[in-house]
Design a protein around this ligand. Structure first.
Ligand code: KIV
Length: 262
């Protein structure tokens, strides 16, 4: 039987140079499959706003909705370490709000840790949430909640700023940091300098682990797929083909057949 992944497992993996695999999930069924496959970290990403809810950014998803998705995922995960995203504006207005909302994801959602976006600018928040006894995964580089400030989803290339952000979130108490949308060479440098595990997305192979949005890697997305994604399946095609066959069978009266009847 596989052992429960804990923060200590992830720390040891970094020390031993073992790579960490992470994937997003938003519901019971897919979380159970990810867990059974041996994924180390399941991220209940605020990307749910886009891939589940159909919004054009991650900004609209609410705290209540993130708690809901987190509950579905933690109900399924037997050994994976579950991290839940803090949605836009759930940790910006005040430190007290941030602690309360992080607490909801752990207490009501059952998450083992929370994730929030930002570097030096959110260090006080990371420190306060950590001191409240909640594990924090930081997220620097291309931070989708700042899409308007960045002027779009742009690769971040300012090495000095990225290094400063990485050191500051580590110092503030983050147990891990997601590096998104940054050149592979910078991500490798950061990963070599930090003692906490770095989890990359669009940040090359030099990170301590990788994370992908489940819908992207399963080929469930019909729209644009970013360059950094490797498609491990073509589920959109498989599912649409199945639906078409069903429509055809029903319209021809071929389903249900004898074996489907009582
Ligand atoms: O919400 C999400 O899916 C994420 C990943 C892209 C890291 O934050």
């Amino acid at each position: 039987m596989k052992a429960q992944v804990t923060v200590n497992t992830l720390r040891k993996m970094k020390q031993n140079g073992e790579k960490i695999s992470s994937i997003t999930a938003y519901d019971y069924t897919f979380a159970a499959l990810a867990d059974a496959a041996g994924i180390h970290i399941i991220l209940v990403g605020d990307s749910a706003a886009m891939v589940v809810q159909g919004h054009s950014s991650t900004l609209p998803i609410t705290m209540d909705e993130m708690v809901y998705h987190t509950r579905l995922v933690t109900r399924a995960s037997k050994t994976a370490f579950v991290v839940a995203d803090m949605p836009f504006m759930s940790y910006h207005a005040s430190i007290a709000d941030a602690i309360t909302n992080a607490g909801r994801l752990v207490k009501e959602g059952g998450a083992a840790a929370i994730k929030l976006e930002g570097g030096a600018s959110v260090c006080e928040t990371i420190s306060a949430i950590s001191k409240a006894g909640i594990l924090v995964q930081a997220h620097i580089g291309l931070t989708p909640q700042s899409v308007h400030q960045m002027g779009g989803y742009r690769i971040q290339r300012d090495e000095d700023r990225l290094l400063e952000d990485a050191f500051k979130v580590q110092q503030a108490g983050a147990f891990s940091v997601v590096l998104e949308g940054i050149p592979a060479s910078i991500a490798e440098t950061i990963s070599g300098k930090l003692y906490i595990p770095t989890i990359g997305i669009g940040a090359g192979p030099g990170c301590d682990g990788q994370v992908l949005v489940m819908h992207d890697m399963l080929g469930l997305n019909i729209g644009h797929v970013p360059k950094f994604v490797k498609k491990y399946a073509n589920m959109a095609e498989t599912v649409e083909t199945a639906f078409r066959s069903y429509v055809e069978d029903v319209s021809k009266g071929e389903f249900p057949a004898k074996e489907h009847c009582y």
